[in-house]
Design a protein around this ligand. Structure first.
Ligand SMILES: [Zn+2]
Length: 415
């Protein structure tokens, strides 16, 4: 850096901001319930916007409610170096998921002000609308719209279970902005960095404070229907049954084996099962279940897909049942920008922070932003790897470490 001294964020101030924001929608068990576009979300946004303005940042809102706060640079023509995440939570969410990325970004701005550091390029903190997808689908709605995957009209038309639309709620809480979605003054971000808790157990198990995220697993989700024949559990001999549940159970095993065959990053999960008629003394005639496959490469996802089709077909024919497999969701594997990843690694090294390369198993706003701007992510450990839970927790020193990495990575890119 200019002074020869590595700048550091104010760890106490960052922690206090996290705790203050967590008061809005606080739950008795120490978590946060702040669903997208509710009154609590408005209050959270208002607080973050106030903090941003107090830090001298210029706040803009786009037409899907994404909030951008800009710190001017010396070169007004330069494209901004951005960071951010989300402040909406799951119904029983925690204090850190998303909130950390936003407030670490704000802390970077506050630190630069304290140290009187000007950057060549402008810096921005972004709060993306409805990352969680809990009240409104699809997930990562704001960043997806920013990246051009969803039109603003599509976003506005999405409704919650009560039939209330995103467009109306944005209007009601005062966050339906005028900036065209996807537009950035001066041109698309030169780079985007997102700090986030890992939401998994790897960093904690390794005893490392920093994960350098090389990319995110691709995902393919399926709905599977197995059809056999309902029959009486007593009079029907074992060899004459067409038991949809038995076949489905063997398919669940197959999903697990297929994922184990793609170690270390392959994932296979059956999380939803519905049995018909779901009666103690009836052989199940129909079972519907979900399959969630994840893999860092498309080749890997293709292998998993092919293995599933082959094995399910064999299991079905052995069990004299029919199987229908329908793919319902697909997220391409994401490889973050090599220069952004290298920048995060250099920052961790400059700070002397032990680190490892990781692949994100979950989706994040950065994955969508990576489609339109060079992007990278920084992970910090969370307690027992637990997230989307009120007991989600993280250590202050890890929270500070990730924000310091963010500070150096952004500074290097903006000088
Ligand atoms: Zn998140």
């Amino acid at each position: 850096m200019d002074t020869g001294v590595t700048p550091r964020i104010d760890a106490t101030r960052l922690w206090q901001s996290l705790m203050d924001l967590a008061q809005i929608g606080a739950t008795p068990k120490g978590g946060v319930r702040r669903l997208a576009l509710t009154d609590d979300d408005r209050q959270g946004r208002d607080l973050v916007a106030r903090w941003c303005r107090e830090a001298g940042l210029e706040v803009r809102i786009d037409e899907v409610g994404n909030m951008f706060a800009r710190r001017a640079g010396r070169d007004p023509q330069a494209r901004a170096v951005a960071t951010g995440s989300h402040i909406d939570t799951q119904p029983s969410g925690g204090k850190f998921d998303g909130n950390y990325g936003v407030l670490a970004g704000l802390e970077v701005m506050r630190t630069l002000d304290d140290l009187g550091i000007e950057t060549r390029a402008p810096l921005e903190v972004v709060v993306w609308t409805n990352e969680e997808g809990s009240r409104f689908t699809p997930v990562m709605m704001g960043s997806g719209a920013f990246a051009g995957l969803f039109s603003p009209d599509f976003v506005h038309a999405q409704k919650d279970r009560a039939g209330i639309s995103v467009g109306d709620e944005l209007q009601r809480i005062g966050y339906r902005g005028t900036q065209p979605c996807g537009a950035v003054p001066g041109g698309m971000f030169a780079a985007y960095f997102e700090a986030h808790i890992e939401q998994g157990p790897v960093l904690e198990a390794q005893g490392l404070p920093i994960g350098i995220v090389s990319g995110a697993l691709g995902q393919q989700w399926y709905d599977v229907t197995v059809t056999g024949m309902d029959a009486h559990a007593g009079p029907t001999p074992m060899e004459l049954r067409r038991d949809a549940m038995l076949a489905a159970a063997r398919m669940v095993e197959a999903v697990n084996r297929i994922a184990l065959g793609e170690a270390p990053h392959g994932r296979g999960t059956v999380g939803f099962v519905q049995v018909q008629p779901n009666s103690r003394n009836v052989i199940p005639g129909c079972v519907q279940f979900s399959v969630d496959f994840r893999n860092p490469s498309q080749d890997g996802l293709d292998r998993m897909d092919a293995a599933m089709h082959a094995q399910f077909t064999r299991i079905a024919s052995d069990g004299k049942v029919a199987v229908e497999i329908r793919q319902v969701v697909k997220f391409e594997p994401c490889l973050f920008d090599s220069a952004c990843v290298a920048g995060v690694r250099r920052a961790a090294q400059a700070l002397g922070l032990p680190h490892m390369d990781v692949v994100s198993g979950a989706g994040h706003d950065a994955v969508y932003v990576a489609g339109v701007a060079p992007a990278g992510m920084i992970f910090v450990p969370c307690k027992d790897g637990i997230s989307h839970n009120e007991i989600e927790d993280a250590l202050p020193e890890h929270i500070a470490a990730g924000a310091n990495v963010l500070l150096l990575a952004m500074l290097e890119r903006a000088q």
